[in-house]
Design a protein around this ligand. Structure first.
Ligand code: ARG
Length: 431
């Protein structure tokens, strides 16, 4: 009997190691030349990080190295927590053939390329993303495949479909009304009225949404006339946020216009996305409510230099010219007033993997390099409600750790070239 048990456990061990579970008790020591302590806003020197399996066990200037530990020597590098992009569209890519995408692509096309985008995003140092809008539930499939270890990518907090009113930024506009797009529920989140939006929130949650995203105002890269006009009533916004809350989900509002921003803040959203035309009253309201601003201040650069060449409709590019610069100036006003800032880039508007390019623009418009890094780490984790898991290098958190070769406090653009990436204790990049 005893022998049988022994054989049995040996067999179990074999199975476990064959499936990779025997990675248990993997111990790593990372030697960090510089370590960014985002919680205290300090750059520490010569630190050691003890990682066991997927977690950080200890951070100190001197740790007795366990015999079994693998040593990763980053003593010439600046080490920091893995970045979190709070606004991506990791399953898609705008900015190419606008009509071709609308008329000829299906969620299957997006599903095929999504893993490529996911890998690029992770390799750029972004160990988590909040994905704010996808079609066909491709985001949920991608998230699950990454969690299963089948696909390489960041941790994904997914919204499923963008919820928007008829004729809104989330709808398809500018076509003949006799053309029927016949968009089934999973392909579009068009919902109207208090009952309609509540039902749509339920649909999204039922199908795996971690967060709810809706369009409070008009948008740029869509054909409706306005850029900033409200596209839901106060009652509809209140209903979306309260329904999401009932299911334990936070809400993110796409909002460029000043009025829509205030309405969404009053409805109780966790974050305003874009925030381009925010006014002084909106800034005060965001401060008072502790609402995060997630402003994609890099995108104007890419859209104005590349979209015309890519064949994007001029009419839409002209909308960008109305908001791009104002967005940056208003971002600076919000920063100076002390509005909470989280990093979000709208990745998919520009090529995936370029997520780090926004740091430069944030520091040009008011943030210190440290504050910009905090926006992409500890603040972003706070917005996503995952501060207990990630967002800083601290004992008890997941080992989401990245490194760059020079100190980003001297030149922030080094964050566009992340050399080392560890997610959940697994090394995905080590140049
Ligand atoms: N998805 C956003 C929209 O279409 C992108 C805005 C890009 N432009 C900008 N200045 N941030 O509204």
């Amino acid at each position: 009997m005893k022998l049988l048990l022994k054989i049995g456990s040996a067999f179990l061990l074999f199975i476990l190691s064959a499936t990779g579970f025997a990675q248990k008790n993997n111990t790593t020591i990372i030697k960090a030349g510089k370590l960014i302590d985002v919680e205290n806003g300090k750059v520490l020197v010569n630190q050691m990080i003890l990682v066991r399996n997927d977690s950080i066990i200890q951070v100190a200037s001197r740790i007795n190295i366990p015999k079994e530990a693998t040593i990763i020597d980053l003593s010439k590098y600046t080490v920091m927590p893995g970045f979190i992009d709070c606004h991506t569209h990791i399953t898609g890519q705008t900015g190419g053939d606008y009509y071709g995408t609308i008329f000829r692509k299906t969620p299957v096309d997006f599903a095929i390329t999504a893993p490529i985008n996911a890998k690029k995003t992770l390799e750029a140092g972004f160990t988590s993303v909040r994905d704010l809008g996808s079609v066909g539930l491709v985001d949920i499939a991608l998230r699950n495949a990454i969690n299963n270890g089948d696909v390489v990518g960041p941790n994904i907090y997914a919204a499923t479909v963008f919820i928007g009113s008829t004729g809104s930024h989330g709808d398809l506009n500018g076509f003949s009304p006799y053309l029927s797009f016949n968009q089934p529920k999973g392909l579009s989140g068009i919902a109207n009225g208090v009952e309609g939006v509540r039902e749509q929130v339920r649909y999204n949650v039922k199908n795996g949404a971690d967060v709810i995203k809706f369009g409070a105002s008009a948008g740029v890269l869509s054909e409706e006339e306005s850029v900033g006009g409200p596209q839901y009533t106060q009652e509809e916004m209140n209903a979306i946020v309260s329904e999401a809350k009932m299911w334990g989900k936070k809400t993110a509002a796409h909002a460029h216009g000043a009025e829509a921003i205030k309405m969404a803040v009053l409805a109780g959203v966790a974050s305003i996305e874009h925030g381009s035309l925010i006014d002084a009253e909106g800034i005060q309201l965001m401060k008072a409510n502790g609402t995060y601003l997630v402003s994609d201040v890099y995108d104007d650069e890419y859209i104005l230099s590349e979209y015309a060449k890519l064949g994007f409709p001029e009419k839409i590019i002209n909308k960008e010219k109305m908001v791009g610069q104002l967005q940056r100036e208003n971002f600076q006003k919000a920063v100076e007033a002390g509005v909470k800032i989280a990093y979000g880039t709208d990745a998919g508007v520009y090529p995936h993997g370029w997520n780090g390019k926004q740091f430069k623009w944030m520091t040009r418009y008011g943030l210190s390099p440290m504050a910009a890094i905090q926006s992409a780490t500890i603040n972003a984790a706070d917005l996503l409600g995952i501060k207990d898991k990630t967002g800083s290098i601290k004992a008890g958190k997941k080992a989401d750790i990245i490194a760059v070769i020079t100190n980003p406090m001297d030149d922030i653009t080094i964050l566009e070239q992340v050399q080392f990436v560890m997610k959940n204790g697994v090394v995905y990049k080590n140049n």
